[in-house]
Design a protein around this ligand. Structure first.
Ligand code: HEM
Length: 431
């Protein structure tokens, strides 16, 4: 059944935001089918987001690199967005919180961006991230005990992997870094659920989140602790962030620091359960878990579609005319399975693939500063999970989360079956 109202590009006519090749639908059952349609239509194609908001989708790595390495032409600053300036973006737009966030490193370029990003970048150097290895391993081991105990007490031995491990692990790690108390995790979880749901107005959740961080920052200002928020507050005078910068920055770190890693873990378990022969190679040490994480990120990018950049002038990319003020979306889900780049079997999950760098962490000056941490969490958690429960199997497959931006599932029921019951054949279908 074809649920997404695709509008074919009219042959001979130039691509235009008025003639989208696809209307993205949060209820679409298959993001990869949608991504394939965008990719087939070209490297830069017009699409419509939920809420009837138009933008260009970039579907190829090479085009994304051009756009993301030229912040002068493709700015992160929402002030360039013509539709926003002209009042065409609905006030209660469900994607407003992600597309038009408060000012932080995500929404600025140049010197301002360097100033806001520098103190974060130093928190995620190779050395600093490596120092977290033991903490991640210990937290994972503790959560695996919870997973086992929950399964033992559940009917049919089925446990929600997302709720019990994939969500609490990255949230605990980023909270440990930032100094967010564990007792507040339930609130953060509730707010994020709304923020990433394309069918809900996120305004109240965003405000509650912002108020919460305002209180936390005030608390750390009065009584500093050994954490990143306190470190940001004690920068030298000439590098200080204002509260209007610091609070949204902390919000970006909490959200970006856990949400996408949750999807990496969930999608990783789905991919490896669907490909037991490849899981076997990992368990026998024939392929590294780090390599598998790269393939998971390519095949199932956590951030399916990323908003956004804004054209500061009329410009042509790959033969497509983008007008000053247009919004540009980076479609990592389309780029990840590009046959021109990854070969005719780009749609196949294969941890033996000769690695060719994916762009799932972005590119250029805004490239994800947390990528090392995400990779480490992914490799350690998946290795510990499958080493302890090699027979883990998916239970009832869940429907996708209602989002056009996140490649995510609200639950992942799994059964911790004994290894003897392990399936041995890879599933032929793409998932
Ligand atoms: C698998 C997990 C993750 C994925 C797939 C991911 C992906 C991305 C992507 C696509 C961007 C946008 C890049 C751009 O605008 O060009 C980004 C930015 C960002 N990410 Fe991540 N990320 C992940 C984990 C993390 C973690 C663990 C942290 C924090 C510890 C983090 C913090 C950030 C921040 C602060 C930015 C904004 C950077 C800027 O605008 O300069 N991310 N990430």
């Amino acid at each position: 059944m074809d649920l997404s109202p695709a509008i074919p590009a009219t042959a001979g006519q130039p691509l235009s935001l008025k003639r989208p090749v696809l209307v993205l639908d949060p209820a679409s059952p298959d993001m990869h089918r949608d991504a394939a349609r965008m990719r087939a239509a070209g490297p830069v194609v017009p699409v419509t987001l939920p809420g009837d908001v138009a933008c260009w989708a970039v579907t190829r790595n090479a085009s994304a690199r051009i756009i993301q390495s030229d912040p002068g032409t493709f700015s992160a600053d929402r002030a360039h967005w013509r539709a926003l300036k002209d009042g065409e973006v609905p006030e209660d737009w469900s994607l407003r919180g992600l597309a038009v966030p408060r000012r932080s490193l995500v929404t600025v370029d140049g010197l301002d961006h360097r100033r806001l990003r520098k103190p974060l970048a130093s928190a995620f150097t190779a050395r600093r991230v490596e120092e977290l290895r033991t903490y991640i391993e210990t937290t994972t081991a503790r959560l695996l005990n919870v997973l086992a105990a929950t399964a033992a007490n559940a009917s049919g031995g089925v446990v929600d992997f997302r709720k019990t491990l994939a969500w609490p692990l990255p949230m605990t790690v980023i909270s440990h870094l930032l100094g967010v108390p564990q007792r507040d995790h339930a609130d953060l979880r509730r707010w994020c659920q709304v923020i990433f749901d394309d069918t809900q107005d996120p305004a109240d959740a965003l405000m509650a989140f912002h108020d919460y961080l305002t209180r936390l920052v005030a608390l750390r200002r009065r009584a500093p602790q050994d954490d990143l928020i306190s470190a940001l507050l004690s920068l030298p005078d000439d590098q200080q962030l204002t509260d209007e910068e610091l609070i949204p920055t902390a919000q970006v770190l909490v959200i970006a620091g856990h949400e996408t890693t949750v999807h990496l873990l969930v999608n990783g378990v789905r991919a490896l359960c669907g490909h037991p022969q490849q899981l076997e190679l990992l368990l026998r040490g024939k392929v590294s878990w780090e390599t598998a994480v790269e393939e998971i990120l390519r095949w199932q990018p956590p951030t399916a579609n990323f908003l956004a950049r804004f054209a500061t002038r009329d410009v042509t990319v790959d033969g497509v005319d983008i007008a000053a003020g247009d919004m540009v979306m980076l479609s990592y889900i389309a780029m990840g399975r590009d046959e021109e780049r990854y070969g005719p079997d780009a749609g196949r999950f294969d941890i033996n693939r000769v690695p060719r760098s994916h762009l799932s962490f972005g590119y250029g000056t805004h490239r994800c500063p947390g990528e090392r941490l995400a990779r480490l969490e992914g490799a350690l958690a998946l290795r510990a999970l499958f080493t302890r429960f090699p027979g883990l199997a998916l239970a009832d497959p869940p429907p996708r989360s209602p989002s056009v931006l996140m490649n995510s599932y609200p639950r992942l029921p799994v059964r911790l079956t004994p290894s003897a019951d392990r399936p041995t054949a890879d599933t032929p279908a793409e998932v």
